[in-house]
Ligand binder design. Sequence first.
Ligand code: COA
Length: 278
Amino acid sequence: MTITSPQGTVAYDVIDNIAWVKFNRPDKRNCMSPTLNREMMDVLDALEYRDDVGVLVLTGEGSAWSAGMDLKEYFRETEALGLPATRKAQREAYGWWRRLRWYQKPTIAMVNGWCFGGGYGPLFACDLAFAAEEAQFGLSEINWGILPGGGATKVAQELLPFRKAMYHAMMGENIDGKTAADWGLVNEALPLDALKARVTEVATVLLKKNPVALKATKDAMRRVGPMSYDDAEDYLIRAQEAANSYDNEGRKEGIKQFIDDKTFKPGLGAYDRSKQSA
Ligand code: COA
């Protein structure tokens, strides 16, 4: 059953342990208004620790994933209210993207259509990203006279080679899903009608993995970027030991099923978690 947020800007369904969360302003190409940003944070709050949610997918209703920030409600109307309102709107937007970057559950961006500017914040926040070949990605800010803010420049710089990032930001030209995959902005591009099946397949694989190990892995991948090799090495030891305090049996069960029971091979898939004692 689809649940819609009070103002209708976000909708979600939980089906077979996958939360399908939608930007739900199709008439406005799912651009992010302050209302949407507040409601998205509430939805992320509501879903994060639910036992029946193992993976969260973020997608868009209609022809857009998200056309970025709402130029009217987020920029013009907020700016008219002065600096406190501007800062508050920024906190609300950046807040849910940050929340999503460090979300408890694995997250997948399923980019069904337009993805512009501020949309790169939640795109990067999701652990994995799959796009329709028909989707269009653009740092359109330069086209209307600002720099790619709200993290968008940082996202391009993190995910793209320097020359491609610079061209993308300065030229304001769009790329399709296929090019986005070639450039590394998303994992894969598929025809739109095959997108949901592929994302479901990936989510289903993730649902079989040890959830404590998944959270440790996704955080570690983001954290080690700016660290020295030695710092990363040390962090990863501490992170695994901290993970052991939440689940001290999973890896032992995995080793047992491989070495003693000979019922699975780690090189070929996940161990059977149903056999794991608490
Ligand atoms: N902010 C505010 N309103 C937006 C919007 C945005 N980012 N993106 C779309 N809309 C609104 C349009 O104003 C229009 O509203 P209206 O029906 O009240 O006139 C409605 O959404 C539909 O948009 P429209 O432009 O008619 O749709 P389209 O399918 O022809 O084009 C886009 C889609 C995404 C190419 C086009 O809407 C666009 O360029 N949007 C802005 C993208 C952008 O630069 N975002 C970066 C912001 S940082």
